[in-house]
Write a protein that binds this ligand. Structure first.
Ligand code: UDP
Ligand code: MG
Length: 234
């Protein structure tokens, strides 16, 4: 049986991480699951929560990586990717915005041998989506369009957390952006490498800032600069 690494970057996710991991472990996929939890120097109780998760799931292979200082999602993914030794890897945010029940849909194009990479799009398909933050969706679509113009890909959701990749893809990926710029960076590098990319519609349960959302308009500006930067550099 092939195997799947689920990489969860964790920065202050004490309220959602346990439920998130339970949902990941509950979903049935035709792959052996391994978890890679990257604690990006959380200042809340996430470290303790991670410890409890490991104790409560002794038969699940779980690797825990702990950053001494907070470095951002990109850095957390870089640390996590370095530990992948499975055939396929998926990124899972530690909140409950994305639903692991979408895993089979996301994995299908790779398991059928058609894709090297699959993106889960919050902007296509009939799956349920929380209605929230119009201006975020405008920003997302703008960044996706700009990214598409630079990569000549026709993605509908470049910023999605759900990116599934074969091991070969990760082996050739060198992440430089430490924070949320990692999404356009990965996309630019995937496009440049010529990997076969698929997209599937996913459900989305967006959260508010009170519920723990961290991304702000400043990250949008940085994403914009990242897109332009990777258009003109290697
Ligand atoms: N994250 C991280 N380090 C950071 C900021 C965020 O590891 O400095 C993680 C966070 O815990 C989550 C993911 O990156 O699992 C995405 O963050 P968040 O959900 O806040 O982003 P948003 O939903 O606002 O895009
Ligand atoms: Mg989130």
């Amino acid at each position: 049986m092939e195997s799947l690494s689920i990489i969860i970057p964790v920065y202050n996710e004490q309220d959602t991480l346990t439920e998130c991991v339970n949902r990941v472990l509950e979903v049935e996929v035709p792959l052996k699951k391994e978890l890679i939890l990257v604690n990006d120097a959380s200042t809340d109780n996430s470290a303790k929560v991670i410890e409890t998760i490991c104790q409560d799931n002794p038969d699940v292979p779980i690797q825990v990586i702990t950053h001494k200082i907070n470095q951002g999602k990109g850095a957390a993914l870089r640390s996590g990717f370095a530990k992948v030794n499975t055939d396929i890897a998926i990124i899972q945010d530690g909140d409950l915005e994305y639903d692991p029940n979408d895993y089979n849909k996301l994995l299908k194009p790779i398991l059928e041998g058609k894709a090297d990479i699959v993106y889960g799009s919050r902007f296509v398909g009939s799956d349920e989506k929380r209605v929230l933050f119009y201006w975020h969706s405008v920003g997302n679509k703008f960044l996706t369009t700009l990214s598409n113009m630079c990569t000549n890909l026709n993605l509908t959701d470049m910023e999605t957390c759900y990116k599934v990749m074969k091991k070969e893809v990760l082996e050739r990926l060198d992440i430089k952006c430490e924070r949320f710029g990692v999404e356009p960076e990965m996309t630019a590098k995937f496009a440049k490498a010529g990997w076969r990319i698929y997209e599937v519609g996913i459900s989305y349960n967006g959260r508010t800032y009170a519920e723990g959302k961290k991304i702000t308009w400043k990250d949008g500006v940085k994403a914009l600069l990242t897109i332009i930067r990777f258009r003109f550099t290697d």
